[in-house]
Design a protein around this ligand. Structure first.
Ligand SMILES: [Fe+2]
Ligand SMILES: [Fe+2]
Length: 190
């Protein structure tokens, strides 16, 4: 499998974990409890900074190549750039709402819940579409030279959460990730 595809799939798996953690905190919020906002803010920051600046642009490069190699397949994928832009805007709005809550503003709970569920669903729907249609089509159509060119253009940025050095702002989230892995491994082995 081309390394770029491998990386994209691994990033999807990582993002899916973040969304499962977000869902757990959202359950707490929906049950009138108080979620860990450090963790929630970490998830939204990561998706904004890392996914927005590295993951999505990488996919945009892959789609540009797919348009050259197999235009019909690219048409079936649809307008990923537009989706990425819409997701980026949704992420910014959600991030602002979290910052307001952390800053002490009382936002209507149902409005926050609706926004969070909308965010969660949009992220999941987007990734599922990419896994089902986009990545397999790209894997079939792109040449080794295409993959080498994309790999060269994206470089090797250091992931601030799933890499070796975890940024301070993601420490609470990293603890939740370790806990999620432990719980899921336990459930799988049970
Ligand atoms: Fe994407
Ligand atoms: Fe993606």
């Amino acid at each position: 499998m081309p390394a770029v595809i491998d990386t994209l799939r691994r990033e999807h798996a990582n993002m899916a974990k973040l969304l499962r953690i977000l869902e757990r905190h959202l359950d707490t919020f929906d049950a009138s409890g108080s979620p860990d906002y450090d963790v929630v803010a970490g998830i939204v920051d990561y998706l904004h900074d890392w996914s927005g600046q590295w993951h999505h642009p990488k996919e945009d490069l892959v789609l540009a190549k797919l348009r050259l190699r197999d235009p019909a397949a690219a048409d079936r994928v649809g307008d990923l750039e537009r989706d990425h832009q819409a997701l980026a805007e949704q992420t910014v709005r959600f991030r602002e709402a979290i910052a307001e809550i952390v800053g002490g503003e009382e936002l209507p709970r149902d409005q926050v819940s609706q926004m969070a569920h909308g965010f969660l669903n949009a992220e999941r729907r987007h990734m599922a579409g990419e896994e089902k249609v986009f990545l397999p089509a790209a894997e079939r159509a792109l040449t080794a030279e295409d993959w080498a060119e994309i790999a060269m253009r994206v470089g090797d940025p250091k992931d601030p959460l799933f890499g070796h050095n975890v940024e301070k702002r993601f420490e609470a989230l990293r603890r939740d990730l370790v806990e999620l892995d432990r719980a899921e491994q336990e459930a799988a082995g049970a």
